[in-house]
Design a protein around this ligand. Structure first.
Ligand code: M6R
Length: 611
């Protein structure tokens, strides 16, 4: 998703801005740009290529300056073309970068066109640039404060003006933005990682904040009092060690590969400090809330949604509490039946996904469901901030667009939730608790054993790389894992992949099976294995080629057209956490074989902060 970096300094800020953009590349983008103020003039470079090409362009065109703004754009309004890349400029006076979506841009555009403003892009952002210019009298801060009053929608913006060479004004509403305090320079960015190379002094700006940055000073303003006038406000400065090293690849070819291999460490970190199963893991007042909980409602998107689907199996079986799982983007707009005794659980790697955040607010504010819990990888995110309870997974920064270690750490946290609810419901005795904890603590070792299967998965990947389609089958708690495997494959290798509960095969999808169709089957040695074997026979009878992820002790007779990889251990209820690792490796190596952009697949963004 779009990324912003802006800085005002006593030195040339362009290298800082470009490094910031490089650190934001993981979010996904299709164009990028930089603008500076120097000698009373705006300079600008924009590109539909990568950040390193933008850097070459800045070098060639001599783009430099002590005040500047920069952006990576993920197209929403207008195609990914140079004319739509940010910064957008108004009459050589104001330059602006923007994340978010302005909902009333057409109305404002018409008003500005009537005043003679000429639009050169199809973006909603250009509207803000002209609007700020139109509001400008002699002070950029006042102009931005006035302009944001006209905007409906979400924005994080950073603005410079040619006649105010030592000033950046930034504002946010609905899109995240941080302020970074340096020595003789101040910055804003979409996240702390973008400016982690410059400063660890970070202010998380609140909704509606406007900030005035100069090299030696910064002031945050918020609407205060009855008239809603902007007044200076205090904001807490936090020391954020912005993930030094997280953006380094080390010995790996891609971030996704690195993150797949980091999973034993990530799971172990997520379990750190879990000495016993206790509601306090989820927050001080969790016990009271959990004891009143009669039902759970999970809200999430993408991979996080599949984590929720997996959790439903665990919680209903272990704790005996009914769970509903909804795709956040659907839930927020449908008419549903509110229940104040339901615990609303949002799951998100980023904690900033617009649909999930909006679904949480809808449940809480519109439907009055006050009991909220977020499982999230980012402690400072809006979702964590807005939920009563939270569990912070410790995956570390996830750069690859395809989520991997965030998923397995979410599953780990969700299993702890299932055990906690089971214990409160009198369904987990001390001996069982000890056994479950032992198993959880051994999980990183078991995951490492699955990672060691990489060479076998690579052999499968060679065969997948030439396919157009694939089917994934699973049963029970492994059905969500089949869904996740299909999502991984499609998002990075662009192979069309669908997942079904294996019992559904004969109700339609079997028609797709012929000798060109690879069918991946998640086949742990559980109570459904015999049923699954019948489904596998249905596939073989139609010539479909089977790729079976089995356990070491799954009794499966291999026949022609069947390829079996055996995971070393049967891991009981936690088996989904192991089987998904094999499917991540399959997607990764298929993508590598095909030569697609593993970490930045086409059309996708890491953090989807717009609707
Ligand atoms: O940050 P979130 O977990 O809320 O993100 C949700 C989805 O956008 C995300 O899981 C997406 O589906 C991934 N690209 C999947 O690999």
């Amino acid at each position: 998703m779009c990324g912003i970096v802006a800085a005002v300094s006593y030195r040339n800020v362009v290298p800082t801005l470009l490094e910031g953009l490089r650190r934001l590349e993981y979010r996904g983008y299709d164009s990028c740009g930089v603008a500076t103020v120097a000698d009373g003039k705006l300079q600008r470079a924009r590109s539909v290529a990568r950040v390193h090409e933008l850097a070459e362009q800045c070098e060639e065109d001599g783009v430099a300056g002590q005040t500047g703004i920069a952006h990576t754009r993920w197209a929403t309004h207008g195609a990914p073309e140079v004319c739509n890349a940010h910064p957008l400029v108004s009459r050589d006076h104001v330059a602006l970068v923007h994340n978010g979506i302005i909902e009333n841009h057409e109305e404002i555009r018409r008003q500005l066109q009537d005043k003679g403003y000429v639009f050169t892009s199809q973006t909603d952002t250009e509207v803000i640039a002209h609007l700020v210019n139109d509001c400008y009298e002699d002070d950029l801060l006042k102009a931005v404060m006035k302009a944001v009053g006209f905007l409906k929608g979400s924005y994080a913006i950073a603005v410079i003006a040619s006649d105010e060479p030592h000033r950046v004004i930034a504002a946010r509403q609905g899109s995240p933005m941080v302020l970074g305090i340096g020595e003789g320079e101040n910055l804003v960015a979409s996240d702390a990682m973008a400016i982690g190379g410059v400063t660890d002094q970070i202010v998380y700006l609140s909704e509606g904040d406007v900030v005035d940055l100069k090299p030696d000073a910064w002031t945050v303003y918020a609407r205060e009092g009855e008239d809603g006038a902007f007044m200076p406000v205090e904001r807490e400065i936090r020391v954020v060690h912005a993930y030094a090293g997280a953006v380094e690849l080390g010995p790996y070819r891609h971030f996704m590969q690195k993150e797949i291999f980091e999973q034993p460490r990530a799971v172990s970190d997520t379990l750190e400090g879990v000495a016993a199963i206790s509601p306090t893991l989820f927050g001080g007042n969790a016990e009271d809330i959990f004891k009143q909980t009669k039902r759970l409602l999970f809200l999430a998107c993408g991979t996080s949604y599949y984590a929720a689907l997996t959790a439903k199996y665990w919680i209903e079986e272990l704790a005996g509490i009914p769970c509903d799982v909804e795709i956040a983007s659907e839930y927020r707009y449908r008419v549903s039946v509110p229940d104040p005794d339901t615990l609303v659980v949002t799951i998100s790697q980023s904690g900033e996904t617009a649909d999930t955040l909006a679904a949480l607010r809808h449940a809480r504010d519109a439907l009055g469901m006050q009991k909220t819990l977020t499982i999230c990888n980012v402690a400072t995110s809006a979702m964590v901030h807005e939920s009563l309870l939270s569990y912070i997974t410790r995956a570390g920064v996830e750069i690859g667009v395809a989520s991997t270690k965030a998923f397995t750490t979410q599953l780990t946290a969700l299993y702890l939730l299932a055990l906690t609810l089971a214990k409160l419901n009198g369904r987990l005795n001390a001996a069982k608790e000890e056994e479950e904890l032992k198993r959880l603590r051994h999980l990183p070792v078991a995951m490492s054993a699955v990672l060691a299967l990489e060479p076998q998965v690579m052999a499968w990947a060679e065969r997948f790389a030439v396919k157009q389609d694939a089917l994934f089958l699973g049963r029970g708690v492994h059905y969500p894992i089949a869904l996740e495997g299909a999502l991984k494959l499609k998002e990075i290798s662009y192979i069309h992949a669908e997942a079904y509960p294996a019992g559904e095969l004969k109700h339609g999808p079997l028609a797709l099976v012929d000798n060109t169709m690879p069918v991946v089957t998640v086949a742990p040695n559980d109570s459904l294995l015999e049923k699954l074997k019948s489904n596998m026979q249905e596939v073989r009878a139609r010539g479909g080629e089977l790729y079976v992820c089995a356990d070491g002790d799954s009794v499966i007779d291999t026949v022609d057209g069947m390829h079996v990889i055996r995971l070393p251990e049967n891991y009981g209820r936690l088996s989904p956490i192991l089987h998904c690792v094999a499917l991540q490796l399959l997607a990764y190596h298929t993508s590598v074989s095909k030569g697609t952009d593993v970490d930045k697949p086409r059309n996708l963004a890491k953090s989807v902060t717009v609707e």
